[in-house]
Design a protein around this ligand. Sequence first.
Ligand code: PLP
Length: 287
Amino acid sequence: MSRIAYVNGRYVRHAEAAIHIEDRGYQFADGVYEVCEIWHGHLVDERRHLDRLERSLNELSIRMPMGRAALSQVLHEVVRRNKVRDGLVYMQVTRGVSRRDHVFPPASVEPALVVTARSSQPAAASALAEKGVSVISVPENRWERVDIKTVGLLPNVLAKQKAKEAGAKEAWFVDRDGMVTEGGSTNAWIVTKDNCLVTRPATSGILKGITRQVVLDMIERNGLTFEERAFSLEEAKQAKEAFMTAATTVVMPVVRIDDQAIGNGHPGEMTRELRRMFHETAEVSAV
Ligand code: PLP
């Protein structure tokens, strides 16, 4: 079966899908994106992802490429056409195509929209979660507006490549005060020795993850102990458990940070339970 992508109003074969060389996403990383999980034929947390897309666009003064209901239809259609039951749907909106010039193009230039979907292997993800993953620490070197989900991801790309070369799955950025901000494509969490879940407030230094938000909902519903505060790399290394969250990984146990095993070096109980409960709490919409 050939994959299908949506590109500026048309459903096209993925292999032949193309955008213009003067698309501002290509020229300036002048665009934003979202990734939603597809789980058992359902889109996970679509409403929150579209809310965040609208917010990111608003922060950059880029128009929505179409109404929200129409965009939702496109997402579902791309998932259907690609027959994805478990996987990811990706959407990207840029400021559009215009002669290269740093300043915004005329208002008549339409934003550009690309949507793709692909299947994942849930069994492989579960196997990985059973073992847990390693993380390395890297100095924070990103701009201050990491709350906007822009396609400008070069520091994240370099950090994740460094992690890969070190045999790790993720890199945690550490700010000048020694505090963990977040991962290259995930939010960072720890569980303290007295079973308190800790994650950094979304007021600075992180993207306000949708998966993070679902974990906060689980914490509230289950009356778990929780503190929204910054934590240092040293505290993380001494924590009882650590994990990361993202639509691409859901709740993924972290069992090593740099050279330090976390807890007993195996996924922690609390982390496993949060992963198990996740899809009971997230909002899902049938494809
Ligand atoms: N932080 C960064 C830098 C990310 O790129 C992502 C996801 O791509 C996240 C956190 C997690 O966000 P979400 O849970 O919405 O996928």
